[in-house]
Design a protein around this ligand. Structure first.
Ligand code: GDP
Ligand code: IMO
Ligand code: MG
Length: 421
């Protein structure tokens, strides 16, 4: 069977830590979408590691880590990351598998991303500039190159053809940067990639499932960045929700069992786009400071605000979330008062549904207030020791979402996770 761990907000919910924590219970950890726009932080023997392209199960011995067909892969990032992983004594050659259907991110995809963002001016998405959008456009536009193509004699010809096409687009956008060093790195990384176990991902994973092996699908980004259900157009270019597991790995829907949705105890977003509960004040600043809310991929400050239950309930619905996992609860320890958004006020009306577009309407969050717990919770191991005020906060969220918070994360460390009993 396949369980899924994914983010329910705008990314950076702490998926990396959670996947790393649960990895020992699985045989295969698989990424099914996204690419190096992801930055998943975990701690290995007390040292911080940020993974962008490799699944977060890589630090566990004898676990298969699969980069699925739904991912877009930048060979340069992969090469760099393999070095990091190797420095921790991990034999990535043994544990890392890549689907032959995985699309490649080319240097010109990165250039196109940059040019496209520049052309948007004030309306830019705030992309990570990793070439994600252009790479997925070439996939759906039926032009892209895939990992399996690397083994074909025609690869260089295909590459040149696509590169020329991109160059025309770049010329039209007045992009005049020299990307020859990106290309040099890219070809160097392609050589490096020859050592990998490239597999027919869908047969590979289905065979393992029929042998009774357990798969964990690791989401990247968050549900509100999903290309269909997120705050379009301020989204990423893949399906980040649980349905993406089927298309991104080639597993059938009935194989999916638990959908573990990860949410912060508050909310953050990096890049542009609507964020109804955003706090542009001292409280927001405090959340950013205590939560150390700076992007793991780009280092940009993350926008901070209260937890948005309207968006969360929507995310639980489209994902079929079976269990919730609340991270960074410790960040709220010092706050006198906490707030949660229970509805949006749009055109004078109170609504509990996420509208199809959130950029052309003024959305005012309607907030319910809670007393802060004012206790250091970072050392708590048992749910019985959770402060009463925190229990009330969590219990309200459970009831609102009709899904239970099954775990609370109370610090970045691997062991800082409380099972709610
Ligand atoms: P991801 O993209 O969902 O994997 O999340 P990121 O790694 O981008 O961002 C989450 C950040 O929060 C990382 O710096 C983690 O080390 C940190 N983190 C995760 N869980 C907790 C937690 O429960 N408490 C605190 N204080 N930090 C956490
Ligand atoms: P993880 O997996 C947070 C955001 C970008 C931008 C928008 C589109 O670490 O949670 P893209 O580069 O995909 O074209 O950018 O999506 N974004 C993320 N925000 N966490 C991520 O990944 C993100 N990946 C993309 O900031 O607003
Ligand atoms: Mg992240």
């Amino acid at each position: 069977m396949v369980d899924v761990i994914l983010g329910l907000q705008w990314g950076d919910e702490g998926k990396g830590k959670i996947v790393d924590y649960f990895a020992p219970r699985y045989d295969i950890i698989a990424r099914f979408q996204g690419g190096p726009n992801a930055g998943h932080t975990l701690y290995v023997n007390g040292s911080k590691v940020v993974l962008h392209q490799i699944p977060s199960g890589i630090f566990h011995e004898n676990k298969i880590n699969l980069i699925g067909n739904g991912v877009v892969l930048d060979p340069v990032t992969l090469k760099r990351e393999c070095k990091t992983v190797k420095d921790f004594g991990i034999d990535y050659q043994k544990n890392l598998f890549i689907s032959d259907r995985t699309h490649l991110i080319l240097p010109t995809h990165r250039a196109l991303d940059k040019a496209s963002e520049k052309a948007k001016g004030n309306e830019k998405i705030g992309s990570t500039l990793k070439g994600i959008g252009p790479a997925y456009m070439d996939k759906t536009g039926r032009n892209g190159l895939r990992v399996g193509d690397l083994l074909d004699k025609s690869f260089t010809t295909q590459y040149i053809k696509l590169r020329l096409k991109h160059q025309k687009l770049l010329d039209g956008m007045n992009f005049d940067e020299d990307i020859s060093n990106w290309e040099e790195e890219f070809f160097d990384a392609l050589e490096f990639m020859r050592q990998f176990q490239v597999v027919n991902g869908e047969y590979f994973i289905n065979e393992k499932i029929s042998q009774g092996k357990k798969v964990m699908a690791e989401g990247a980004q968050g549900s509100m960045l999903d290309v269909d259900f997120g705050t379009f157009p301020f989204v990423t270019s893949s399906n980040t929700i649980s349905a993406g597991v089927c298309t991104g790995l080639g597993v059938a829907p009935q194989k999916i069992k638990e959908v573990i949705g990860v949410t912060k105890a508050y909310c953050t977003r990096v890049g542009g786009g609507p964020f109804p509960t955003e706090l542009n004040d001292a409280t927001g600043e405090e959340l950013r400071k205590i939560g150390n809310e700076f992007g793991a991929t780009t280092g940009r400050p993350r926008r901070c605000g209260w937890i948005d239950l309207v968006a969360l309930r929507f995310a639980c619905m489209v994902n079929g979330v079976t269990q919730l996992l609340m991270t960074k609860a410790d960040v709220l320890d010092a706050f006198e008062e906490l707030k949660v958004c229970t509805s949006y006020k749009i055109d004078g009306k109170s609504v509990k549904e996420v509208p199809f577009q959130m950029t052309r309407v003024a959305i005012e969050p309607e907030l319910k207030s809670f007393k802060g717990w004012k206790t250091d919770i970072s050392g708590i191991k048992n749910s019985a020791d959770i402060p009463k005020a925190m229990r009330e906060y969590v219990s309200f969220i459970n009831d609102y979402l009709s899904v239970k918070v099954a775990y609370i994360s109370n610090g970045p460390g691997r062991e800082q996770l409380i099972e709610m009993k």
